[in-house]
Design a protein around this ligand. Structure first.
Ligand code: F6R
Length: 359
């Protein structure tokens, strides 16, 4: 495959026929269906035998579009959990993993090498496994060990299954007493996702659609994405990875206020014509000083008008849903505006298949 930049084409984001033609894999439809996906995932999680003892620690093993479910759980647990929650992205688990560990393995395909290898290590160390997958080697491993398995709907791109993955991962922690009851906030998240889809979906013209506006603004620019609070930080990561995979572009992202101590230096002298700043704010999760910190950093880098999306009110998962819906719609419109098909991920597949043929 050539590394040539795809041809930039006129956006055409308000023409339904052109949108359909430019999104042959139907990513916009997947994004719009996130609310219903959340309700289906809740039923799957409720049907699984997840109840278990309070662990000493929770480790979530997963990669990419699946692994971010671990970041979501860690963000939810931050303010309330008595035990640490760690998201691990790679083959190796930390040395502390043992019989007191709840190991939640999350892989949409069930065949991601890093995740399966980490699970084998965790099982050998005596961890209690819960698997979240649509099938593959992970489902087989969990079944052969009699471990609880949440089987989720297959047939999607993993990143288009965010809520299918987040709901059972968080439910596993709830069922072990790590998080308080979640059903109400999962239902609230589903309703929020429906509401965001109604506000951001293709039928809403660019003049009234903040996701289309953001996509056009970011066209041909490097997005620098900062998120505030635990949930805003996860949303910033999601915005980056969704732009990577749906729009096929590089993105810089980081959490506030940490970016004030490093990333800000990359903006010394201003954004210039080739970059733009996106702020994903979870105001209820911000520290009292964060408002002033954000004002100070925008003033220091001379950015008067960043793209801003706020999480609004409501429970954690509903606020997160508002930010991830913006990331999902914006990145998909950006891919379409760039003239790339949002769905396929050829380079990622190429790397995976090159490694699967090696010993
Ligand atoms: C693809 C995507 C990827 C995958 C990752 C791990 O849409 O989001 O980041 O999630 O390659 O694969 P799974 O999710 O099958 O374990």
């Amino acid at each position: 495959m050539s590394g040539a930049t795809p041809e930039l084409r006129p956006a055409g984001l308000d023409d339904p026929a052109e949108l359909e033609q430019r999104d042959p894999g139907g990513m916009l439809g997947e994004v719009a269906g996130a609310g219903q996906q959340t309700r289906v995932a809740l039923r799957a999680a409720q049907a699984a035998p997840l109840v278990g003892p309070l662990p000493e620690v929770v480790v979530v093993a997963g990669m990419g579009g699946s692994g971010i479910a671990g970041d979501v759980l860690a963000a939810l647990a931050f303010a309330s959990s008595a035990v640490p929650v760690l998201a691990v992205k790679g083959d190796r688990l930390p040395a502390f993993v043992g019989p007191g560990t709840l190991l939640v393995a999350v892989s949409y395909s069930g065949n991601t090498a890093e995740t399966v290898t980490a699970v084998e290590q965790g099982l050998a160390a005596g961890a209690r496994l819960v698997a979240v997958t649509s099938g593959g080697a992970l489902a087989e491993l969990a079944s052969s060990r009699g471990a609880p398995l949440v089987t989720i709907e297959g047939g999607r791109m993993p990143r288009a299954a965010l809520w299918s993955l987040v709901v059972p991962v968080c439910s596993a922690a709830e069922a072990a007493g790590v998080l308080p009851p979640l059903t109400d906030q999962i239902c609230a998240a589903a309703d929020t996702l429906d509401g965001e889809a109604a506000a951001l979906d293709p039928k809403v013209p660019t003049s009234e659609n903040p996701a289309k506006q953001a996509a056009l603004r970011l066209l041909d620019r490097l997005p620098v994405v900062w998120g505030s609070g635990q949930l805003g930080a996860v949303a910033a990561t999601r915005f980056r990875t969704q732009c990577n995979e749906n729009a096929k572009i590089s993105v810089v992202s980081g959490p506030l206020p940490e970016v004030n101590h490093n990333d800000v230096m990359g903006l010394e002298g201003g954004l210039g014509p080739d970059r733009d700043l996106v702020l994903l704010r979870d105001e209820p999760g911000e520290h009292d000083r964060d408002v002033r910190r954000i004002e100070a950093v925008l003033e220091a880098v001379g950015v008067g008008d960043p793209v801003v999306r706020t999480s609004g009110e409501g429970p954690d998962l509903a606020r997160l849903a508002r930010l991830t819906a913006f990331a999902d719609f914006t990145s998909t419109y950006l891919g379409i505006a760039r003239g790339v098909d949002p769905t396929p991920i050829h380079t990622l597949d190429q790397v995976k298949s090159a490694l699967s043929t090696q010993a």
